[in-house]
Design a protein around this ligand. Structure first.
Ligand code: NAP
Length: 484
């Protein structure tokens, strides 16, 4: 099958923080992949901007090395790489000073799409936005891309929104949550809203519960001091897990457009019932023979920050009344695995007896590794020996179904950046969504802080603290296995 690559319009993309980790690891290698795929038009220009002194040639060398390190086998295509690097430029600029802005303005005289990726600390967003306007570089068609974290609570997110809103309209602001750029996440919408099969079952009459797991094997080493001020609730739940929850639970939008989709997601967040902070399980990983404990990684021997969190949520609307949504995420767990599982109810009446009566349909949506979906269905075990039933997956793993084209599903960043150039905000968070998500998580975090809540310990390489298991067992349910 040949995938259709539609080139985007010519553009100038300025990456503030163009020498940083995110730019080198994700943004530039992603753009290079789009270039190789034929999606970048003639005359697309990428301009790195940071305080480091270097010229365009120095920047090309830096990015060439980054693509060699993070670009996979595509980096070996020397001719493509040289052509891609030829479209790169660099300006030495200080977000908070005056140096470099005239140089950038001089480069930006073309009448093409202008996008500015703020791959810098959020504290610099205001200074960048202000100077882009003061120097006449941004116009009312320009777009800005901002990264997580978008605030650390409702007040700071609101203030960040106000800072950006002073210079840009909401339709110009692209708040990235790279989970939304994953192929499977979009496919979830295609499966739900493009098939007649699922929507009639997508409610409390047929769904027993939903599980969302984002498990990582890595610890917080390397970014321990940042993470220790954040924790799993701020770092993962408020954005990634809540976004996944919204997509799985939202009502069908009237059409597939950015505001219609985001309106429906917002309604889900607003319908989330408040949680008692003390019903949320928090954990911190212990040391293993090979790796340090959370507190060692965070260099804070008295840290109460959680590296794991598990909770049961309810959405107060007609569709989901009574259906629990179990969410968990953590570091140093058994495997790297992100999955949404829709567990359907038992049959109202089974004509089979004994163990044969106990089978369930489960729709599993895997975000990583091995992106794809499968639907567990019950069939007769082949062969003689009477009616024995087994559960088998109807597999929709993209790598199998799509062959070579499945290579396109690996990175969310490249898709999201192309959406910015196209002016499509569907997969980006709107300001009111982000604020509503903080409004839901803030009281939970405040409850922990008020009581100096101490997270439970869990073993590195485990499923998280025992209490997380109990959260399910108490309801007569169990978590799905975390497997990579
Ligand atoms: P980083 O490695 O520390 O890079 C920061 C970049 O900003 C560098 O290019 C730095 O270059 C530039 N910079 C710093 N101060 C500046 C100033 N006053 N004016 C102009 N440029 C300045 O950070 P990062 O990891 O790339 O992260 C960038 C943003 O993405 C952050 O908001 C982070 O939270 C977010 N993010 C990162 C990741 C990731 O995987 N890295 C993931 C999610 C979100 P100079 O020092 O040369 O100026």
């Amino acid at each position: 099958m040949v995938s259709r690559v539609i080139p985007v319009d010519p553009f100038d993309l300025v990456i503030f923080g163009g020498t940083g980790d995110l730019a080198r690891r994700k943004i530039l290698p992603g753009l290079y992949r789009r270039f190789r795929a034929g999606q970048m038009p003639e005359g697309a220009r990428i301009i790195g901007a940071a305080r480091s002194e270097m010229d365009a040639e120095g920047y090309r060398q830096l990015i060439s090395a980054a693509i060699a390190e993070f670009g996979g086998t595509e980096a070996e295509d020397q001719a493509s790489l040289a052509a891609f690097l030829g479209g790169l430029d660099y300006v030495t600029i200080d977000a908070t000073g005056d140096g470099g802005w005239k140089d950038l303005a001089a480069l930006m005289s073309r009448d093409v799409v202008r996008a500015f990726y703020f791959s810098v600390a959020p504290a610099l967003f205001g200074a960048l936005a202000e100077r882009l306007h003061a120097h006449g570089i941004a116009n009312d068609q320009s777009r800005i891309v901002v990264e997580k974290p978008f605030g650390r609570d409702l007040a700071s997110a609101r203030s960040l929104n106000q800072t950006l809103a002073a210079h840009f309209d909401e339709h110009q602001i692209y708040r990235i949550d790279h989970y939304l750029g994953k192929e499977t996440v979009q496919n979830l919408m295609a499966v739900r809203f493009g098939n007649v099969l699922f929507e009639p079952l997508w409610n409390n009459h047929y769904v027993d519960h939903i599980q969302i797991t984002v498990a990582e094997t890595v610890g917080v080493g390397g970014r321990g001091s940042y993470y220790d001020k954040s924790g799993a609730m701020r770092d993962m739940v408020q954005n990634h897990l809540m976004q996944l929850l919204c997509l799985i639970a939202m009502e069908p939008p009237s059409h597939f457009d950015a505001d219609a989709v985001r309106d429906e997601k917002l309604k889900v967040i607003r319908a989330l019932q408040p949680l008692d902070p003390h019903h949320v399980v928090r954990g911190q990983y212990d040391a293993s023979t090979e790796s340090p404990s959370y507190r060692e990684d965070a260099e804070n021997a008295r840290s109460f920050t959680e590296s794991f969190v598990a909770m049961k949520c309810h959405i107060a609307n007609w569709r989901w009344a009574g259906v629990p949504f179990y969410l968990r995420t953590g570091k140093r767990l058994k495997a790297r695995s992100s999955e949404i599982a829709v567990v359907f109810q038992d049959l109202g009446h089974s004509i089979f007896e004994g163990d044969e009566a106990r089978h369930r349909n489960i729709l599993s949506i895997r975000l990583q590794p091995n992106e794809g979906m499968d639907l567990q269905v019950t069939i007769k075990e082949p062969g003689p020996g009477g009616m024995r039933l087994i559960d088998v997956p109807l597999d929709m793993t993209f790598a199998d179904a799509l062959g070579d084209d499945a290579g396109d599903v690996t990175d969310a960043y490249e898709r999201l950046i192309m959406d910015v150039i196209r002016g499509n905000q569907t997969l980006f968070m709107r300001g009111d969504e982000v604020e509503a998500a903080w409004a839901w998580t803030d009281p939970i975090i405040a409850g922990w802080e008020a009581r100096n809540d101490v997270p439970k310990h869990y073993d590195t390489g485990s499923n998280g603290p025992e209490d997380a298991m109990m959260l399910m067992h108490r309801d007569g349910r169990r978590w799905r296995e975390i497997k990579g």
